[in-house]
Design a protein around this ligand. Sequence first.
Ligand SMILES: Nc1ncnc2c1ncn2[C@@H]1O[C@H](COP(=O)(O)OP(=O)(O)O)[C@@H](O)[C@H]1O
Ligand SMILES: [Mg+2]
Length: 244
Amino acid sequence: MALVRKKADFVGDTVQLEAVGLRYADGPEIFSDVSFAIPQSSFHFLTGPSGAGKTSLLSLMYLAKRPSRGKLMLFGDDVTDAKRNRLPAIRRRLGVVFQDFRLLEHMTAFDNVALPLRIAKVSEAVVERNVSELLKWVGLEEQMQARPSVLSGGQQQRIAIARAVVHRPKLILADEPTGNVDDAIAVRLMQLVVELHKLGSSVIIATHNEHLVARFPFPRLHLNGGKVTALPPMHASEIGTAAS
Ligand SMILES: Nc1ncnc2c1ncn2[C@@H]1O[C@H](COP(=O)(O)OP(=O)(O)O)[C@@H](O)[C@H]1O
Ligand SMILES: [Mg+2]
C-alpha cells in the first residue's frame, strides 16, 4: 500500500488521514502529521508497542476523538468536523470491537448482538437467524440468553466481535479483539473477520500479538514514535524483532 498518493487516488477510499495530529488536553501530540489511505475492501493489522497510539488511532476512525489538526475522510466524505447529528449514520457503516468490549449489561448476549440489526430495522425473523448463526460460529450457542456479567472475558469478547460484524459493516475496526481468548478461538475469530473481508468489508485490527499477525498474510500499519509506517505482511522470522 502506497502511503503517499495523489489526491485523485483517494476517491472512494475507506479511511484517509492527511497530516493528522492528535493530542489529549494540553499534552504533547501523540501523532504528528500522520497520513495514510486505507483502500476499500482491504485488510490491515495495526501494530506497535503498548502506548504507541493504536487505540487512539482507531478512536479517530470511529469519530470518538477528533483530530487536533489535519483532515480525516471516511468513505470519501470529509468527517474532520462532522456534526454530532451525522455521527449515528456514519457509525452504522462501522463495526467496532472495543478493547473493553462495552457490552450492554442489562441485555442478553443475543440482544447485544442483535442491536445493530434492530437499529437497522431488520425483521425479527432475520435477526433470529443471523444472530443465532453468528453466536454458534463463535462458540456461544449455550450462552445466548446469558447476560455479559456472568460470562468470562473471552466469552464477552466473542459477543463484542459478533456484535461488530453482524450488520456486515463496510469497515470493521477491532482493538485487540483476541486478547482474552486462547489461540484456537483467536484463529476462529480471525477466520470470521477474514470471511467478512472477502465479502467486501475493510478491516483494521489493532494487536500486539505477533503470532497472530505472522499467521495471516495481511499488511501492517505500524505505529511508533507518533508516526505510521506501512509494512508488508509479517514473516514468522520477524517475531520478536523491534518492527513487529
Ligand atoms: N484519555 C486519555 N487522556 C490522556 N492521554 C491518553 C488518553 N488515552 C491515551 N492517552 C495517551 O496516548 C498515548 C497512546 O495511547 P493508546 O492510544 O491507548 O495506545 P495503545 O492502544 O497503542 O496502547 C499514550 O501515551 C497514552 O498515555
Ligand atoms: Mg490500546
